[in-house]
Design a protein around this ligand. Structure first.
Ligand code: 3HC
Length: 311
């Protein structure tokens, strides 16, 4: 019987169909989805922190309102994604526990500090720009709940990217100090954003299987290249220099060539030793502990509702 179920699953994947929560699926497929979707959810929730730091210091009411909306969106993305992972039979408590005990991964990019206001613009332009590049193909992922969540997430990410780019355009028309802040933020974030796409294809253990299952549609290196090709002209319009002396149009390839990414630094950060890892986790753990009363109150309320319905 298992062979028949496997054959049906393979046929769905081959036909580019969707796998839904109640369908039979190989355990390894379920496991890889839980891994990726929960890591993605954690990234959204931890991703609220670097920008959240700037809400109280935004330079105007308009910028503050935009930033609050954006950070709130990231929280919403985390919630859709935890829900999508729950449809695979893992509980939210299990996922949060893995995050809080340092076992779960989340995106490397959120372990760097936000030192000046331009960082908020650069996170919108480059970090969210990279996130969209990675997430558009996930809208076609073979697992239905993940693919559907990604459609809405991508629409909201597009607003995030634009608000960041627009904030930077305004700063680049400002004083010499403002322009220098933008360039400084670009210098600090550029290489980290290229690493967001994950290790080179040759060193990416999950890629071959992820592609076979229709979870991944475009490889880490191909997405990185697409991001670079799309971003160079935007940097020119903005008037900033991307900090890579090897960045050059290659006529033959029809793509920009670029310099070497520091993968040692990337892995150190992924493995818990980046500049902000400890602080980010401590902040999440504290928020979870301080929010215990909300979870208890919600459970008490739900129990009362149920009792009332039974009467
Ligand atoms: N940061 C941290 N870990 C990373 C990473 C990164 N930038 N890139 C890769 N890794 C990890 C992988 O998770 C994997 O670890 P594991 O096997 O222990 O789970 C290991 O490095 C090897 O990488 P692979 O390429 O083999 O792994 P994948 O096939 O899973 O590809 C990925 C990695 C491209 C990040 C893929 O998991 C993916 O597309 N994930 C969904 C998107 C996502 O998580 N985005 C998060 C950042 S964007 C964001 O949060 C939104 C923003 O608006 C705030």
């Amino acid at each position: 019987e298992d062979a028949a179920l496997q054959a049906h699953f393979d046929a769905v994947i081959d036909a580019d169909g969707k796998v839904e929560p109640r369908d039979w699926m190989p355990e390894a497929y379920r496991k890889t989805l839980v891994r990726q979707i929960s890591q993605h959810a954690h990234s959204e929730i931890v991703g609220m922190l670097p920008e959240g730091n700037w809400i109280s210091r935004a330079p105007s009411l308009k910028r503050k309102a935009i930033l609050i909306a954006k950070v709130q969106d990231e929280g919403g993305h985390g919630l859709y994604l935890y829900s999508a992972a729950e449809t695979l039979g893992t509980s939210r408590d299990q996922m949060l526990d893995a995050l809080h005990t340092g076992k779960a991964k989340y995106s490397s990019i959120f372990n760097y500090p936000t030192l000046n206001w331009a960082d908020v613009g650069v996170i919108g332009w480059l970090v969210d720009g990279a996130a969209i590049m990675n997430q558009i193909p996930l809208c076609r992922c073979s697992y239905g709940p993940y693919a559907r969540a990604m459609i809405r997430v991508c629409k909201e990410e597009s607003f995030h990217q634009r608000q960041g780019y627009e904030a930077l355009l305004v700063m680049m028309q400002g004083t010499a100090e403002q322009k220098a802040m933008v360039q400084d933020a670009v210098n600090r974030y550029w290489w980290k954003c290229l690493a967001m796409f994950g290790p080179p294809d040759a060193d990416s253990p999950n890629s071959v299987q992820g592609m076979r299952w229709g979870i991944k549609r475009i490889s880490n290196d191909d997405l990185r290249q697409k991001f670079i090709d799309a971003t160079v002209p935007q940097a020119e319009v903005l008037g900033v220099t991307l900090p890579d002396p090897d960045l050059k149009w290659n006529e033959e390839r029809g793509h920009y060539d670029y310099g070497a990414i520091d993968w040692d630094e990337f892995w150190a950060t992924v493995n818990g030793n980046g500049p902000m890892n400890k602080e980010r986790l401590a902040t999440r753990v504290k928020a979870h502990e301080q929010g215990a009363w909300v979870r208890e109150a919600a459970l008490a309320h739900a129990a009362k509702q149920q009792q009332r319905q039974q009467k």
